[in-house]
Design a protein around this ligand. Structure first.
Ligand code: NAP
Ligand code: G4F
Length: 326
């Protein structure tokens, strides 16, 4: 049997890098879409260059997406590309809508025009639940987004459902709760904390400025979550799934675990900075992934504490290697 082919948008991101590794392990030919930049930043996928093929395209450019579908004729498309940082969505709401909402319809249109048998995964988000209508959140929980990012993701979710129902495209929306790893961007709170802890431990920084310590999230491990994306596209029928751990932790608990891991008391180093508060906050997210457990046979394997300690250790190693000029 010939190799299956996958196209990943957002391959340079956290999830793109883990998904590419996982699909290569499954024997796929993997194409990764990258947008043109004057400086190539491929840190997360450097180790995969040679095994994957990078192709140029942009969610803002319809023709580039159609051309890629025609050239590659993938069996599966994973649409992970987005403007994914919530605070930026207030600063750049229109651009966020272009990438994160309208970008989805451009990928779906390319599939509709070129080959409707291509299977499609949309990276939807627990941010869509926002000011939650019930706890825990399931596939049936109504949405109440609290940021331009969340609103854009709701569009992406419903347009995916609509193309499935209008054109019979095998399109799935994965409603993923927060997932982290040592490859998480430095602006997100988990990595900001683990990087900050490592810097304080190594004497490179003397405080860590944060916003709302009371916010609670259902945080899982990115390596687990990309497997759920793949499983969704292997089922007899397309559907939507919540992917979560079912356990919530506060930012305060995150900080406590990370500092304790290196033997420090966070209260001596953490300062509250109003600059990191949001115009509208999502107070508590907690997901119920019973459907994914039952239908996909998926479950998380890394606990919150294990993941935070893994991230602190990785940041200590990274910063120590930088010191040695490695
Ligand atoms: P990430 O690290 O921020 O990566 C985003 C990716 O999108 C990058 O590869 C970026 O490329 C690419 N991108 C942005 N704008 C683009 C454009 N106009 N054209 C082409 N590519 C573009 O995000 P992530 O954490 O891996 O998340 C992956 C997806 O899952 C995102 O859609 C995110 O919104 C969603 N999601 C994430 C989580 C989470 O907790 N991580 C939870 C739910 C949903 P550059 O390198 O060129 O910037
Ligand atoms: O790490 P965060 O920036 O992630 P957020 O906003 O939950 O969004 C992430 O998860 C979504 C899934 O629910 C994704 F769709 C999205 O793309 C992204 O990956 O913030 C988490 C919480 C917030 O409540 C924030 O107010 O941490 C709080 N927080 C407190 N101090 C902070 C900080 N967040 C950041 N980024 N920086 C702080 O200093």
């Amino acid at each position: 049997m010939s190799k299956k082919t996958a196209l990943i948008t957002g391959i340079t991101g956290q999830d793109g890098s883990y998904l590419a590794e996982y699909l290569l392990e499954q024997g796929y030919k993997v194409y990764g879409m990258v947008r043109r930049s004057s400086v190539e930043k491929f840190d997360r996928i450097d180790h995969l260059i040679g095994d994957i093929e990078l192709v140029q395209g942009d969610l803002l450019d319809q023709l580039s997406l159609i051309s890629l579908m025609e050239k590659i004729r993938p069996d599966e498309v994973y649409n992970l590309a987005a403007q994914s940082f919530v605070p930026t969505s207030w600063a750049q709401p229109t651009l966020t809508a272009e990438f994160t909402a309208v970008g989805v319809i451009r990928v779906l249109e390319a599939i509709r025009l070129v080959d409707r048998s291509i299977r499609f995964y949309q990276a939807s988000s627990s941010e869509m639940f926002g000011k939650v209508r019930e706890t825990p959140q399931t596939e049936m929980t109504p949405f109440y987004p609290r940021s331009p990012y969340g609103v854009a993701k709701v569009f992406g979710h419903y347009i995916t459902v609509n193309y499935r129902e209008s054109y019979g495209i095998y399109a799935c929306s994965g409603i993923l709760f927060n997932h982290e790893s040592p490859r998480r961007g430095l602006e997100f709170v988990t990595r900001k904390v683990t990087d900050g802890v490592a810097r304080i431990k190594l004497g490179k920084q003397d405080e860590l400025r944060l916003g709302n310590l009371d916010a609670q999230r259902d945080w899982g491990y990115a390596g687990d979550y990309v497997k759920a994306m793949w499983l969704m596209l292997q089922q007899p029928q397309p559907d939507d799934y919540v992917i979560a751990t079912g356990k919530a932790h506060s930012v305060r608990e995150l900080v406590d675990i990370a500092f304790k891991h290196v033997g420090l008391d966070w209260k001596k180093y953490v300062k509250i900075d109003k600059a990191y508060l949001r115009p509208a906050e999502v107070d508590l997210l907690i997901g119920d992934c019973s459907k994914a457990r039952k239908v996909l046979g998926w479950e998380p394997t890394v606990s919150f504490e294990e993941m935070i300690c893994m991230m602190v250790d990785a940041d200590l190693k990274l910063l120590s290697e930088e010191d040695k000029g490695g």
